[in-house]
Design a binder for this molecule. Structure first.
Ligand SMILES: [Ca+2]
Length: 164
């Protein structure tokens, strides 16, 4: 779905040494270059590089209940003298029933969005290696308003929460 060439390198570390806590941490450097769209296309993305640093924690809080939380931050630069500074994260609790799949009880999910007042800073979250696989790759086309100035797949002030 991307219109540009991508290169990435990263490291992922999982620590399971604690009895009830698993910590996963990661860092990725990704380059997105040579967009095939014309520069005049509103979806055109100049060459950029993005650093992503994050961690995911799974804490067992009961015999069948886990609390899961992940937070990441991004920074980098985009050709044209723009900096990139974004964040994303989620948190939820889940319980495993004696039979059947895990049942989510509540969750909060948020991604940073661009602030139009900071013209030389891009605050949209970059999904790096996927384009909304949780719902569908086609989902990214639904919020396009025709006046979007950022590439498809970028987010803007996403917040979702749910309690069951
Ligand atoms: Ca901005």
């Amino acid at each position: 779905m991307q219109n540009w060439d991508e290169q990435a390198v990263g490291a992922y570390y999982t620590n399971r040494s604690l009895p009830t806590t698993t910590v996963e941490s990661y860092y990725f450097l990704k380059k997105e270059v040579h967009d095939i769209l014309p520069v005049t296309n509103p979806q055109f993305q100049p060459d950029r590089h993005v650093n992503t640093l994050g961690a995911r924690v799974v804490q067992t809080i009961g015999a069948r209940t886990d609390w899961v939380s992940e937070y990441s931050c991004q920074w980098g630069a985009q050709h044209g003298d723009s900096s990139i500074l974004a964040w994303g994260g989620y948190s939820y609790m889940s319980s495993i029933l004696s039979t059947g799949p895990p049942l989510p009880q509540s969750w909060l999910w948020a991604l940073s969005g661009d602030n139009p007042r900071t013209r030389n800073r891009i605050e949209n979250w970059d999904p790096l290696f996927s384009q909304w696989p949780e719902w569908s790759d086609m989902y990214v086309y639904t919020p396009v308003e025709g006046k979007s100035e950022s590439p498809i797949g970028r987010t803007s002030r996403c917040r979702k929460s749910k309690a069951v």
